[in-house]
Design a protein around this ligand. Structure first.
Ligand code: PMP
Length: 383
C-alpha cells in the first residue's frame, strides 16, 4: 500500500518516536510541580519553546503550546474576538478556511459578531484588495490561511498583511500556517502576522499538540481556564513528551525544507501534468501551489468512490481534508472556486511526502488510469 495522505497526517520521524518514548519514561513529572523532577519537565518545555521560536524567527515568550492546530485556530479567532470585543465585532476571513477557523467564525456570528467571508478566484487564491476592502474601523481580526488544505493554493500573505495594516493598523492578522510550514518559507514578520497556527503532526511530529504564535503585546481571552500554564491563556497540564518531540519535528522539517522541495517538486509537477492529461478530470491545483498537494475532481462519481477504488489498487488518497471527509456534502472550498456540485462532490486529494519516489508516482499514475477505466464502465452500465 502506498500512502498519499501526508497533508492529513505524516509518519513521525524516528527521532520523534524515540524522544516521545524517552521523555514519557524519564520525565513524567508535572511541570507545574515545585520539586526537582517537575522543574526538569518545565525546563524541557522552556527549551522546546526556544527551539520552536528559533525555527519561526520569533521570541520564545510568543509561543504557546495547545492540543493541536484546531485548538490554536479556535483560540486565535475566538480568543481575539472576545478579548477585543470593545474595539468592534467584525471579522474578515475567507470561504476556503479550514473548518476550525470557518466554524469558529460562524459560532461568533451566531453570538452577534459580523463576519465577511471573502471568496477566492477560480484558482483558489484570494485577492488581497478584496480582503483589504472588507476591513472596517470595527474589524478586530482578519484570518487567512497560508496554504489551502484541499487544493494547495498559496495565499499572498505579504500583500494581504500590508494592505490590512494600511486599512486599519489595529486589526489583528491571523494566519493558519498548518499546510505551509516545512514546505514554503514562513515569514511571520514580513506578513505582519499577529497570530500564527502550526500543527506538528503535518511535519512528521506527534499528534495532539499544536502551536500558536501570539505576537508580544497581543492578548487573548482564554478558552480553557483552570490553571496558569501557558501564561494563563491555555490551562491544562502540558504533554511534555509531545511538546519536546514537536519542537524536534519543527526544527528538522524547517531545516529540510529546501531538500524536501528539491525532491518533491519534480514528482508533484509530473503528477500534475499527468492528471491534467486525463480528460475526465478537472484539476484544482496548479504549479503555483504548495509542493505537496495535487487535487482533482472526477465529476462522474463521488470522490469517496474514487478513493475506495484507488485503495483497492493499493493507493491511499483522500477525498478532501480529513476533517471534512466524512461529510457527504460538496466541498465548500471547490464551490467557492466556482466548481459545479458534481465537481465539488468528486474531489480527490493526493498529498506527497519525503518517502515518495518516481517509481511510486508511476505506480499511482497506473492506478489512476485503471480506476478511471473501471469507474467509467460502471458509470456507463448504471445509466
Ligand atoms: N488547519 C489546516 C489548514 C489543516 O489542514 C488542519 C489539519 N487538517 C488543521 C488546521 C487542524 O490541525 P490539527 O489536526 O492539528 O487539529
Amino acid at each position: 500500500m502506498l500512502y498519499w495522505d501526508y497533508a492529513a497526517a505524516s509518519p513521525p520521524y524516528e527521532e520523534v518516536v524515540q524522544t516521545m518514548e524517552q521523555i514519557m519514561k524519564l520525565h513524567y513529572a508535572n511541570p507545574s510541580s515545585l520539586h526537582r523532577p517537575g522543574a526538569e519537565a518545565d525546563r524541557l518545555i522552556t527549551r522546546s519553546r526556544e527551539v520552536c521560536a528559533a525555527a519561526l524567527g520569533v521570541q520564545p515568550q510568543e509561543i504557546l503550546f495547545t492540543s493541536g492546530a484546531t485548538e490554536s485556530n479556535n483560540l486565535a479567532v475566538k480568543g481575539a474576538a472576545l478579548q477585543y470585543r470593545s474595539r468592534g465585532r467584525h471579522i474578515v476571513t475567507t470561504e476556503i478556511e479550514h473548518p476550525s477557523v470557518y466554524e469558529s467564525c460562524l459560532q461568533l456570528k451566531s453570538l452577534g459578531w459580523e463576519v465577511t467571508f471573502v471568496a477566492p478566484g477560480s484558482t483558489g487564491v484570494v485577492d488581497p484588495e478584496q480582503v483589504a476592502a472588507a476591513v472596517r474601523r470595527d474589524t478586530v481580526l482578519v484570518s487567512v490561511m497560508h496554504v489551502n488544505n484541499e487544493t494547495g493554493a498559496v495565499q499572498p500573505l505579504r500583500e494581504i498583511g500590508s494592505r490590512i495594516k494600511a486599512a486599519n493598523r489595529r486589526t489583528l492578522f491571523h494566519v493558519d500556517g498548518v499546510q505551509g510550514y516545512g514546505k514554503l518559507n514562513t515569514q511571520i514578520k514580513e506578513w505582519q502576522a499577529d497570530l500564527y497556527s502550526l500543527s506538528p503532526h503535518k511535519v512528521r511530529g506527534p499528534r495532539g499538540v499544536g502551536i500558536l504564535y501570539v505576537k508580544e503585546g497581543v492578548t487573548l481571552f482564554p478558552l480553557l481556564t483552570g490553571g496558569s500554564q501557558e501564561q494563563g491563556v491555555r490551562a491544562g497540564t502540558e504533554n511534555v513528551a509531545a511538546v519536546v518531540a514537536s519542537a524536534k519535528a519543527i526544527r528538522m522539517s524547517g531545516e529540510r525544507r529546501e531538500a524536501f522541495n528539491l525532491q518533491i517538486l519534480p514528482l508533484r509537477n509530473r503528477l500534475l501534468e499527468f492528471v491534467s492529461g486525463i480528460p475526465e478530470f478537472t484539476v484544482n491545483s496548479s504549479r503555483d501551489g504548495a509542493p505537496h498537494i495535487v487535487h482533482f475532481s472526477y465529476p462522474a462519481v463521488n470522490g469517496e468512490v474514487m478513493a475506495r477504488k484507488l485503495e483497492e489498487l493499493g493507493m491511499t488518497v483522500s477525498t478532501r481534508s480529513a476533517c471534512s471527509s466524512r461529510l457527504a456534502e460538496p466541498s465548500r472550498v471547490l464551490l467557492s472556486m466556482g466548481r459545479n456540485s458534481a465537481e465539488a462532490l468528486g474531489g480527490v486529494r493526493i498529498s506527497l511526502g519525503d518517502s515518495h519516489t518516481e517509481a511510486d508516482v508511476a505506480a499511482l499514475e497506473q492506478a489512476l488510469l485503471t480506476a478511471v477505466q473501471a469507474l467509467n464502465i460502471v458509470e456507463r452500465g448504471t445509466r
